[in-house]
Ligand binder design. Sequence first.
Ligand code: ADP
Length: 475
Amino acid sequence: MYIDGQWTDAESGATFEVFNPANGALIDTVPDGDARDARRAIEAAARVFPEWSTRTAHQRSGFLYRAYECMMARKSDLASRMTEEQGKPLRAALAEVQYGADFLLWFAEEAKRVYGETIPASRPDQRFLVLHQPIGVVGAITPWNYPVSMVTRKVAPALAAGCTIVLKPAEATPLCAIDVFRVLEEAGLPPGVANLVTARNPEPVGREMLDHPDLHKLTFTGSTEVGKLLARDCADRLKRVSLELGGHAPFVVFDDADPLHAAKGAVLVKFLNTGQACICPNRIFVQRSIYRAFVEAFTDRANKLVAGSGFDEGVRIGPLVDRSALAKVERQVADALEKGASLLCGGRRLTENELDQGWFYAPTVLADVTPDMLIYREETFGPVAPLIPFETESEVLKMANDTRYGLASYVYTRDLARAMRMMEGLRFGIVGINDINPTAASAPFGGMKESGLGREGGREGIREYLETKLVGMSI
Ligand code: ADP
């Protein structure tokens, strides 16, 4: 753990083990923190807050620039660590480290753009000023699926705004977070400004964040279930909260699109990180007249994806994170088949060539999925693609919006007017039009409905860490 500028053990002395999900091998052990460690970290962050928040924006920006440079210099080490700890193919891990570094660079720039306002007052002897000031100490809880970029997406804007932070990374991927903190340390992080508490059981650390009066904001990325739990507790104390939660992305392919091009895009984003991304399509709607052509092209491509160790050349499918992730995928596939879906490829755990040492599941395509199936409603977080035919634009818009989630959505069409209608009608925070990667550090990322509250990245990202203060002045 990294608390108040020191690498430290848990106060209890406890540790926990971190395993490689591709082969079950032990990688390392890390401190198993609890409420006492979280308290120590929050108190360090609170102590240094007055000093950090009154540094100039240019000074905070300078630190983030250095952190960006340090992360770029360590890019390949960080990526290897990620492949070992999280399982994604090395090429994808390199792309993620770049994405992670992009947040450091972006918020180094945004730090200098926290503008205030003057507002014309109605009295001649009055002036109004609006200031944006850092919220204070931030608690951040991050997931395992993007173990570097989800850390910098929170730490960079918090520090840019002038906040100090305590981070609890996911129990499956503490080593990536430790490496990010090494980067911050190397860049000259002042003691206490960012602190890392690793823990096997997240609950006591989360509780301390919620209970501690000096922590004013919680930012969380993870499941909708845990997000709601934390938001409820934040409500009791009226702590500020940002949530980036689950998704159930629709991917809509109209018959004016090239089915082969659309299938290529759909495979890339569906099987991204083995389906373990909150922006992965969970319902692929294809207009009836090109359904057959799309299904064939999609299945053909999905069939060719190679599963294995992310360090092996050509591997595109890494392991699932753990046994329960595998069980969830198996349950959804069994349910869909029972209710009449057709299995076009995959549909089983992979165990050959030592894949049984990890949690591998074959890229799977289910055709003719219907709304009564679990997979139509529940987030899968695995390599299973449900395909659904549709007839008309108005029908598919209704079906696409028929979910409690509202994070990402995708539309393939060459008809500009249709693209505009869909873009406006989809109740999702992100819409990709003929675009499977509508994300960047410079763009706001976040969901509507049960996919969350607030936005990360973009101009919006730093606002999540700022309070608005009105100053009225009589002159
Ligand atoms: P996932 O399904 O992605 O594992 P979770 O919501 O379980 O999603 O986990 C995301 C993050 O939330 C992880 O860092 C995890 O440790 C943390 N977490 C899970 N449960 C709690 C809790 N009760 N309090 C605080 N943090 C939690």
